[in-house]
Design a binder for this molecule. Sequence first.
Ligand code: PAF
Length: 281
Amino acid sequence: MQIVQDAAGLRATIRGWRIQGQTVGFVPTMGNLHEGHHSLIKLARARADRVVASVFVNPTQFGPGEDFERYPRTLAQDQAGLAEMGCDLLFAPDPATIYPFGAAQSVSVHVPGLTCTLEGAHRPGHFDGVATVVCKLFNLVQPDVAVFGQKDFQQLKVIERMVRDLALPLKVVAAPTLRAADGLALSSRNQYLSAEERALAPQIHQTLLKMHELLDKGHARKVIEQVAASTLERAGFQPDYAVIRRAEDLAEPADDETRGLVALIAARLGNTRLIDNLPFD
Ligand code: PAF
């Protein structure tokens, strides 16, 4: 696996592949990779001739109290995992490659509507940072296919919308959420859970399943959301939201709407904020 830090080196390698008629799959990451990320690489491998992964801890998507400095940087370990998964090129740019005029002076990509709710409401500015960095990475890599995990459901929708609205010439592929045997969605944040918290954490997935069951039985959406939030609270979580939304635009569905929905939860457990979701279809 080749490791490249600069835009010129990245473009030269990709140009070489293109000349041979090869397609390029791309998996953007912030590093600290786990099996969930590895499954994204695997999916990219299946969809393209060559696979590029990026590792860049993007400062513009972290809010004031969100510990950008403390985000784990584990490049050597990430590199080994990516090589093992058959990734062809690791792009690990320094901040000046991504933000040549500095992060504060960067052109910013704002996806309206979708980004005001849920994660966007709890993490103001987060999705502007995500859309901006992903747009820049797309321009650098110019992939045919880019793979994003369904675990970050709202992020996936924001990227899909940006790609469509800006007519970016690539296909976004959604990768299913990978779960531990007890249902907990794999996430870099799971490593911050104490043993006691780790034992409680699968209740998020159980609550999502319960939300599905209650909707299937015909219970009202608002009632289901209240039941889900109070179940989580009783179990020791501090839920930010436990809701059923329209999958396409994350808007509140009409009372009689039962198709194309998704259940989403964000909840704190001690100092760790966990998110998960379960699409209905
Ligand atoms: O999901 C992530 O790891 C990040 O939000 C992404 C898409 C790599 C942008 O920095």
